[in-house]
Ligand binder design. Structure first.
Ligand SMILES: [Ca+2]
Length: 360
């Protein structure tokens, strides 16, 4: 029930905004500079929750007596020397829409707080890059930090949260008939025996000890890595999903997909890390919310997009005759857009040269 409450508070994709000041008509002389500007006001409450994961060490992979294991789950002792932030939830459709302006999910659960799926590894990394850019532009992300997909070693460290069992609640698979219900997985994950063949809103099952939801099941999660032995061909996915039995949902289980494959059962969660040492020490919180309500602008002249004119104002340094005409801007926020009124730029007729001597 706690999960349900948090989910409801977390994702509310109500976006309502309006343009409060439209660009104004202007009349200038050739060679002058002119600026059009717009003001948009509104509210959006799409947030992304990030959780701090402390440095430490753990054993990656599974013990040889774990029921359901595959031979590639070789055990390694791993030291994690630097902490990082990871998404508390899988990236939801509202978050994806807020950043990318589209929602590729259909048929297998559609709604703001459902996890996004039908996204390729490339889509997911593009999301991370764009989110990094937006957050830097908004002044919320210091230099030296970036969003990315989790390397699988960090994914498994965060998933296990100190556990060494098949699932992060201390439970294991007890039945080698892989299609049978798994009581240990039931309270923490959506998998074929309880999913009803669809995804579910994030955060409804119990979190792990570090507060992360849906690390087992719901949607598979893309990781950064190439699948071992398949460099340049397959990327790693982790955690299993609503359409794969309990065996695939174990902490150590590893799946794969081609980088351009879009699958109904695969989404992702983001990781925020320090790319390089940075003088900024802004990010110290144990957890924080990223408000994804950034306005984006695209100015247009005579109906065509003006390259690079993507701010709340647009300046022409030296007006030429070809610049005359109508201007407007398309303002977007969380996938919704509003078009401003048109403003006309008119050139003054050439001034009379009164300073010239009058010829007799
Ligand atoms: Ca998942």
């Amino acid at each position: 029930m706690l999960g349900l409450v948090i989910t409801a508070a977390m994702v509310c994709a109500e976006t309502s905004f309006e343009i409060t000041e439209h660009p104004q008509n202007q009349t200038v002389a050739e060679g002058d500079s002119v600026t059009f500007s717009v003001k948009a006001k509104g509210e959006s409450s799409v947030f992304m929750d990030m959780v701090w994961i402390k440095p430490g060490n753990f054993t990656m992979g599974s013990p040889t007596n774990e029921i359901g294991r595959w031979p590639d789950e070789v055990r390694y002792r791993i030291d994690i020397s630097r902490g990082f932030w990871i998404g508390k939830y899988e990236v939801t459709q509202a978050l994806y829409m807020a950043v990318m302006g589209t929602n590729p999910a259909k048929e297998y659960g559609v709604g703001d707080d459902y996890p996004v799926y039908n996204v390729s590894w490339s889509d997911a990394t593009n999301f991370c890059a764009k989110l990094t850019t937006l957050e830097k532009e908004a002044g919320r992300l210091p230099d030296g930090y970036a969003y990315c997909l989790p390397p699988e070693v960090l994914w498994e460290y965060a998933c296990r949260a100190g556990t060494t069992t098949a699932f992060n609640n201390g439970e294991n698979i007890l039945d080698e008939h892989w299609d049978k219900p798994c009581p240990g997985l039931e309270p923490i994950g959506w998998y074929p025996n309880n999913s009803g063949e669809t995804t579910h809103p994030v955060g409804q099952k119990q979190p792990n000890a570090w507060g992360l939801y849906d690390m087992h099941g719901n949607v598979w999660e893309w990781c950064q890595d190439w699948f071992p032995g398949y460099k340049d061909k397959l990327r790693v996915v982790r955690g299993g999903g609503w359409c794969h039995f309990a065996r695939y949902c174990r902490s150590a289980a590893r799946g794969s997909g081609t980088p351009h494959q879009r699958d109904r059962g695969c989404g992702f969660r983001v990781l925020l890390y320090q790319v390089a040492d940075s003088p900024d020490k802004v990010l110290k919180e144990e957890s924080f919310k990223v408000p994804l309500s950034t306005f984006t602008y695209q100015w247009k002249h005579a109906g065509n997009s003006i390259k690079g004119a993507t701010g709340p104002s647009y300046t022409i340094e030296k007006v030429k005759p070809k610049d005359a005409g109508s201007y407007y801007v398309v303002v977007r926020c969380n996938g919704r857009s509003v078009v401003s009124k048109r403003a006309h730029l008119t050139l003054e007729p050439e001034k009379a040269k009164t300073e010239d001597p009058v010829e007799q």
